[in-house]
Each structure stands twice: as structure tokens, then as C-alpha cells.
Design a protein around this ligand. Structure first.
Ligand code: NAD
Ligand code: UDX
Length: 463
């Protein structure tokens, strides 16, 4: 019976996942630990508006559980040793150095966690891989844990997380499935699977809990993300054909999505997918395939990334081309910076690439996002442009509301599908802009007929 859980990594996965586990398992003490003191301080802040992560419904759950059976701390050693089960939920970014640079997953944080668990544990533990990992990582973790000198027994499980940001809480409360990979041929492995299953059974029905061997579980997570991203890349590829044939990609997606074999979800054409997972996980898959000399498999999946890069570039080029082949010195408003609505996360957001293209074309950017901070936007731009903050501030202006942002603008570009962008008074906005006033709708969220009626030059995706 699990009495105490520790989760290493208080990020977009660790925070919301543990909040829900704590809510549904009041008899278990859940401690989320992180080396980032600022992040832990933010999780502990009195004002729930200052939690480090914005997710609808998260603050309510934290209010109910924090300091009851959910705790946030930087005391990693103590939390590890006091727990029966340890979730590893640290980041696994794409490597930026050495072998596999730009492709392989960087597992240095995973290895550090495994070493720390081996060093400080004095009682038996179940170690759960919650992070997304290359297939066979569990064997690395096992070898490291074997080095423990304290005569401690470890069982390893893989339990990848399928939540999407912006809907994390509803995804966690009503998952399509929970995947648990483990050594089901051994007694210890079976007991560990039962222990983790018991935690989920407090709110998820048994038919949704899938058990596989550990390698299938690790690989299923990469596969799921690759398939989801591939659908978006496919519909975006069709959007390019639509734009030259007068077909409408929204109509095409609707028509094909009605085929139950295809299904309706994840067929929304866009300026390109972003987020911390899709690109990283596909690159990781490509690297794994290459490392087994499966070059055709690697090329197949890499094409999803190439198509996504093409879509972003194609969109930016269209903006320049439609605005009489120059945006130099023109005021362009970017609405949205987050990689999707209802999150403050901008990792790999398409907005970053679009802004970079437009800065290279010497546009003057005016940016508004309801949840991403100015500091985050500048830090994203510093990284992609290699320019310093002072220079950037001359050509990029960030707003915390849309008051005055549209004055004398040449164009408005929608880059995130925030609900509020759908209900702005576009007649009023157009009166403040220069003529001809352009709207480039990178998310197809506006009613094109109504917008054109107002007098905008309107360009969506795939229409
Ligand atoms: P994140 O960057 O938001 O959080 C990771 C946290 O781990 C950071 O706060 C970091 O300080 C901390 N950390 C790193 N090394 C540590 C150590 N040795 N000790 C203590 N803390 C440490 O990352 P995330 O978005 O939560 O993703 C975590 C994992 O979950 C990744 O493998 C990711 O691929 C996977 N995942 C993410 C999502 C998502 O939507 N973000 C969804 C499913 C799976
Ligand atoms: C994804 C997976 O969905 C989730 O299961 C996994 O656990 C983590 O990675 P996330 O990246 O948080 O989740 O969000 P998701 O909803 O998948 O969106 C990713 C990107 O694709 C966003 O930029 C989104 O705007 C874009 N997208 C999504 C489209 O362009 N079209 C679609 O139809 C769906």
C-alpha cells in the first residue's frame, strides 16, 4: 500500500499530475520536488494567480490539496527517502551538444535523478518513469539503481503522460487511457504494477488502465506523439494545395474527418504545430531509427518535422508577399504567442519562428498574448535571433492588453487560437489601422466572410 509519493520535477507534467493524484488519493502524501527554487516558491505562493503554470482548473485543485496532502519543496533527498513511490518527471529536451546534437533526447537530468535515488534511498522504492523517454531507457535507470549501496530493492515502471497543455486537468481527470509498463513476469514487477494501478483506480475505471511490457510503454508514448503530429502535418500539407486550387481546408478536414476510420480530431490546419513535445519526440524517434540503421523509417518521420517547418515559412512568406513584397518598417500586430490557447507555455511556438522571419524582413512587431509574459517573449526572441535585448526592444513592442496596439498598424496576424481573439470588435479595430488593412489568420479562427465584409484583406490557412 503506497503511503507516500515523491515526484521529481515540478513542471507542466509533474505539477498538474501530482495535484490530481493528491486530490484523488487523500490518504497519500504527495511531495513534488524541484531544483528550481523560484518554481517551488511560485507553487507555494499564497496568491494562486502566481502559480508557475497556467492551466484551467489547476488553481482550484491546488487550493484544495496544498499543505493538506500535496507539498512542494526543494528538499529532494528527504522527499526521495521518505517515499514508497518516486515519479521522475524531469525535462528530456533535445540534445544541444555532442553526439545526437539536435535530435537525441538529452537524458542527463534523468541520469542525475537515478543516481540521486540510488544514493539517498534507504527503503525499497517503486520508480516510475513519467517523463517521455527513448525506448529502453528503463535499462539505463536499472543499471544505475543497481549501484545503490543501501541494500534497497527498486522496481521500475513506465507510466507516460498523455495530457495536453491547456486541457491538462480535464485530460488527467478523464484520461482516454492510463498506460503502465512493467516487468509483469516477475513477482516484484507485478506488485509494482498493482500498486500504481491502485492509485489510478481511485478515479479511472479499470478498463482504461492498460498494462504492457516496459519497452512497449516507452515506445507507445513516442508513437502517440508522432501519429498526432503527423495528422497536423498532413492536413497542413493539404492546406498548401487548397490555397492554389480554391478548395477549403476546413471543408476538406470536415469531410474526411466524418470517416470514422480517420476521425475528426487533430485535423485543424494551422500555422504549424508547436509545444515542447511533438518536435522533440519525433526527432528522438528519428534518432532511434537511425541508430538501428532504419534509415527509411527515420526519413519517413523526419518528413513530419520538415513539413511543419515548411508550413511556418510558407505562412511568413505569404504575409510578406501579400503586403506588396515588403514589410520593412511596417507595424505588424501579432496576436498570440503561446503554442496553443489556454497555456502560458511558448516552447517551440510557431509564433517564435514567424516573428523571426518578420524581424529579418525588418518589420516592427507589436505583440500581445493573454498569458505569456513580456520577459518570456523577449527571451524566446533573444534565443532565435541571437540579438540582444536592447536591440530587440527597438523593433519589438510587447503589450499586456490590446488597448492602443492596433493604432496605425498595417497588418494583424493571429498566431494562437485564444477565444478572446474571436470576439474582438474588428470593425472598430479596422478604423484604427492603415489602409489596406490586412489580417492573416494563422489559426482559421475568424469568419472570413464577415471579416472581408468589414473591408479587411483576409488570408487564412488553406483557403
Ligand atoms: P518542465 O521543464 O516544465 O519541468 C521539468 C522540471 O524538472 C523543471 O522544473 C526542472 O527544474 C526540473 N528538474 C530537472 N532536473 C531535475 C533534478 N535533477 N532534480 C529536480 N528537479 C529537476 O517539463 P515538462 O513539460 O513538465 O515535461 C517533463 C517530461 O514530461 C518531459 O519528458 C516531457 O517530454 C514529458 N511530457 C510533457 C508534456 C507536456 O505537455 N509538457 C506532456 C506529456 C509528457
Ligand atoms: C501533445 C499531445 O497532444 C499530448 O498527448 C502529449 O502528452 C504532449 O504533447 P500538447 O503539445 O500539450 O500535447 O498540445 P496539443 O494539443 O497536442 O497541440 C500541439 C500543437 O499542435 C499546438 O501548437 C496546437 O496548436 C497544434 N495543433 C493541434 C494543430 O495545429 N492542429 C490540431 O488539429 C491540433
Amino acid at each position: 500500500m503506497i503511503k507516500s509519493i515523491c515526484c521529481i520535477g515540478a513542471g507542466y507534467v509533474g505539477g498538474p499530475t501530482m495535484a490530481v493524484i493528491a486530490l484523488k488519493n487523500p490518504h497519500i502524501k504527495v511531495t513534488v520536488v524541484d531544483v528550481n527554487q523560484d518554481r517551488i516558491n511560485a507553487w507555494n505562493s499564497q496568491d494562486l494567480d502566481f502559480l508557475p503554470i497556467y492551466e484551467p482548473g489547476l488553481a482550484d485543485i491546488v487550493a484544495k490539496t496544498r499543505n493538506v496532502n500535496l507539498f512542494f519543496s526543494t528538499n529532494v533527498d528527504e522527499a526521495i527517502d521518505q517515499s514508497d513511490m518516486i515519479f521522475i518527471s524531469v525535462n528530456t529536451p533535445t540534445k544541444t551538444y555532442g553526439i545526437g546534437k539536435g535530435m537525441a533526447a538529452d537524458l542527463k537530468y534523468i541520469e542525475l535523478c537515478a543516481r540521486q535515488i540510488a544514493r539517498v534511498s534507504t527503503t525499497d522504492k517503486i520508480v516510475v518513469e513519467k517523463s517521455t523517454l527513448p525506448v529502453r531507457t528503463a535499462s539505463t535507470i536499472k543499471s544505475i539503481l543497481k549501484q545503490s549501496h543501501n541494500n534497497v530493492k527498486f522496481e521500475i515502471l513506465s507510466n507516460p503522460e498523455f495530457l495536453a497543455e491547456g486541457t491538462a486537468i480535464t485530460d488527467l481527470l478523464n484520461p482516454d487511457r492510463v498506460l503502465i509498463g512493467g516487468d509483469y513476469h516477475t513477482e516484484g514487477g507485478k506488485n509494482a504494477i498493482v500498486a500504481l494501478t491502485g492509485i489510478y483506480l481511485n478515479w479511472v475505471t479499470g478498463d482504461k488502465i492498460i498494462t504492457t511490457n516496459i519497452w512497449s510503454s516507452e515506445l507507445s508514448k513516442l508513437t502517440a506523439n508522432a501519429f498526432l503530429a503527423q495528422r497536423i502535418a498532413s492536413v497542413n500539407a493539404m492546406s498548401a494545395i487548397c490555397e492554389v486550387t480554391e478548395a477549403n481546408v476546413d471543408e476538406v478536414a470536415y469531410a474526411i474527418g466524418k470517416d470514422t476510420r480517420i476521425g475528426e480530431k487533430f485535423l485543424k490546419a494551422s500555422v504549424g504545430f508547436g509545444g515542447s513535445c511533438f518536435q522533440k519526440d519525433i526527432l528522438n524517434l528519428v534518432y532511434i531509427a537511425k541508430s538501428f540503421s532504419l534509415n527509411e523509417v527515420a526519413d519517413y518521420w523526419e518528413q513530419v518535422i520538415l513539413m511543419n517547418n515548411y508550413q511556418k515559412k510558407r505562412f511568413a512568406q505569404k504575409v510578406v508577399q501579400k503586403m506588396f513584397n515588403t514589410v520593412s518598417g511596417k507595424k505588424i500586430v501579432l496576436l498570440g504567442w503561446a503554442f496553443k490557447k489556454d497555456t502560458n507555455d511558448s516552447r517551440e511556438s510557431a509564433a517564435i519562428d514567424i516573428a523571426n522571419y518578420l524581424i529579418e524582413e525588418q518589420a516592427e512587431l507589436h505583440i500581445y498574448d493573454p498569458k505569456v509574459t513580456a520577459q518570456q517573449i523577449f527571451s524566446d526572441l533573444e534565443r532565435i535571433t541571437d540579438d540582444n535585448l536592447q536591440h530587440l526592444q527597438e523593433k519589438v513592442h510587447i503589450y499586456n492588453s490590446t488597448d492602443a496596439i492596433f493604432n496605425n498598424a498595417h497588418a494583424l496576424i493571429i498566431l494562437t487560437e485564444w477565444d478572446e481573439f474571436k470576439v474582438y470588435n474588428y470593425k472598430y479595430i479596422k478604423n484604427q489601422m492603415l489602409e489596406p488593412a490586412f489580417i492573416f489568420d494563422g489559426r482559421n479562427v475568424l469568419n472570413s466572410a464577415e471579416i472581408q465584409e468589414i473591408g479587411f484583406q483576409y488570408y487564412g490557412i488553406g483557403k
